[in-house]
Design a protein around this ligand. Structure first.
Ligand code: BG6
Length: 500
């Protein structure tokens, strides 16, 4: 008697459909991430990647291209056995995703694959395309019935930027919601895939010494600084419409800020975490005309030198308007108006073509109410906790101690767990974590709509101000630490940007 083999899909088994499979993101990040997930045995056997591209090529050609990409970008050297396993999962499908009629055929193709591959009817739609196509693809998915026919999970992954202001983000969100419910939408913010960003909650909520003094009674100020030596490069078409506010502040910086300032969640469930993050954004101080005038500094880089090499001004970069008013730098002072944080300034700065490439969260604690160990000409150093996001990754803590001389001098001791990990960018590693979480259905490291909405409400008002004022650009030299007014912003409060 003939027995039929029973198909048992793994929990993470699925068909993973990539729109934009011949693009940069897929080549540089996604494929290497898949490779390392296979290498770490984190992908199930029953897993199929449908790579969608416009160009005419065979699956075998596409696989060879991906092999070259993985060889170049993967953190692990290519092992033929692992590659062989991954390559068998990849199939190329030629299709112009702008052709809404073609989605019915795509649906049939997916169903045929599902019949053969034991993926449990689970589907992930990954939109690795330019933002202008997000809505088109989602419409096509609906038109072709691709989401209605998922018999398992059905998730949609959207890269940033999610809209260019509150209005366009709301419109995009409404279009996606017609096809996917909120719980199935994964909005990527690659900063949340970085180790130290995930470590913020661990440090705070598993160390009594930090969490018990994490408030306005003990903290003097918090600084979040994300600086880059890189300029706009070849991305001016995007960046001219974006600037530092939309590119870094609305997403990465506000996400970091909410993790630093949130209340402890009831548990580690994704909704509990996201609820607490959202409350921080709701408690941000009002963006009044007074706030805008006194607490915000915009900048745009002029020509200068980075590591001894001359670099052009932003306005002289390829595809940049020679009279561009786009900001490549922003510094802000903000308050969070709640019981924990009232009165504590959060100083934020981010910019391109600056003197260093570095990501840091700096917590400066208050001085003690009275100084016993005071010596002429010597000021006691404050306690500092620094979370090094990149390129150093780790925790730095500074406290005072006696030195080993008869003079009884007080010296700062500097404990540093950091190691130098040069590549902590939107690396395949960050994507490994994010893809794995998408498959597991854990959206904690993705932005929920109300977070995005609150973030745009804050950013929009600041961006409108930038569009309204006539800032004198360029106003900082490439290779410097930004405009002088950014230094004044903090120095007028008797503080300074801390650099260890
Ligand atoms: C991206 C921005 O989101 O983040 C880029 O679009 C920026 O302009 C990049 O360079 C910085 O990321 P990372 O991971 O290199 O700090």
């Amino acid at each position: 008697m003939k027995t039929e083999s029973v198909c048992v899909p793994g929990k993470l088994s699925s068909v993973f459909i990539i729109f934009g499979a011949t693009g940069d993101l897929t080549r540089r990040k996604l494929m290497s991430a898949f490779y390392n997930l296979v290498s770490d045995s984190l992908l199930p056997d029953n897993f199929v990647i449908i790579a969608i591209g416009r160009r005419d090529k065979t699956t075998e050609q596409y696989r060879q291209e991906m092999l070259s990409a993985i060889t170049k970008y993967s953190r692990n050297p290519v092992d033929p056995k692992i590659w062989n396993k991954l390559s068998q999962m990849i199939t190329y499908y030629q299709f112009d995703f702008k052709d809404l009629d073609g989605y019915t055929e795509l649906a049939k193709h997916i169903q045929t694959i599902e019949k053969k591959s034991c993926t449990g009817g689970n589907r992930v739609f990954y939109l690795a395309v330019a933002p202008l196509y997000f809505e088109t693809i989602v419409k096509g998915i609906k038109k072709g019935g691709l989401s209605d026919t998922c018999s398992g999970f059905c998730r949609c992954v959207i890269e940033k930027p999610f809209g260019k202001d509150l209005q366009t983000a709301t419109q995009l969100n409404n279009s996606i919601l017609q096809v996917f419910p909120e719980k199935n939408i994964y909005r990527i913010d690659h900063y949340l895939g970085k180790d130290m960003i995930q470590n913020i909650m661990v440090l705070r909520f598993s160390n009594a010494v930090f969490e018990s003094i994490w408030d306005n009674k003990h903290i003097d100020n918090i600084q979040i600084s994300l600086t880059e030596e890189l300029g706009v490069g070849s991305r001016a078409n995007y960046y001219e419409q974006s600037g530092a506010m939309r590119d870094m502040f609305q997403n990465h910086i506000l996400q970091i800020l909410s993790l630093v300032a949130m209340e402890p969640p009831a548990n580690l469930q994704m909704e509990s975490i996201r609820n607490e993050k959202q409350k921080v954004l709701q408690s941000m101080e009002e963006i009044s005309p007074d706030f805008l005038q006194n607490n915000v500094v915009f900048g745009q880089y002029d020509e200068g030198e980075i590591k001894g090499n001359k670099v052009p001004a932003y306005r002289d970069e390829e595809n940049v308007n020679p009279a561009s008013r786009t900001e490549t730098f922003v510094a802000l002072k903000m308050h969070i108006n709640n019981f924990r944080w009232a009165g504590v300034p959060f100083y934020i700065r981010t910019g391109k073509r600056m003197g260093t490439t570095s990501g840091e969260i700096i917590v400066q604690f208050k001085d003690l109410p009275h100084t016993l160990y005071y010596k002429e000409n010597r000021v006691q150093q404050p306690n500092l906790l620094i979370l090094h996001i990149q390129p150093k990754v780790g925790v730095f803590f500074q406290f005072n101690t006696k030195d080993f001389t008869p003079h009884n001098d007080i010296v700062p001791a500097k404990m540093d767990t950091s190691s130098f990990i040069p590549d902590q960018g939107n690396t395949p590693e960050a994507y490994e974590r994010l893809i794995y979480d998408i498959l597991r259905g854990d959206a904690s490291l993705f932005s929920r709509w109300d977070e995005v909405e609150s973030a745009w409400s804050i950013a929009d008002r600041i961006i409108a101000y930038r569009e309204h004022i006539k800032a004198h650009f360029p106003n900082y030299k490439a290779g410097s630490m930004g405009p002088e007014r950014a230094t004044e912003l903090i120095e007028k409060d008797g503080r300074h940007w801390i650099k260890i």
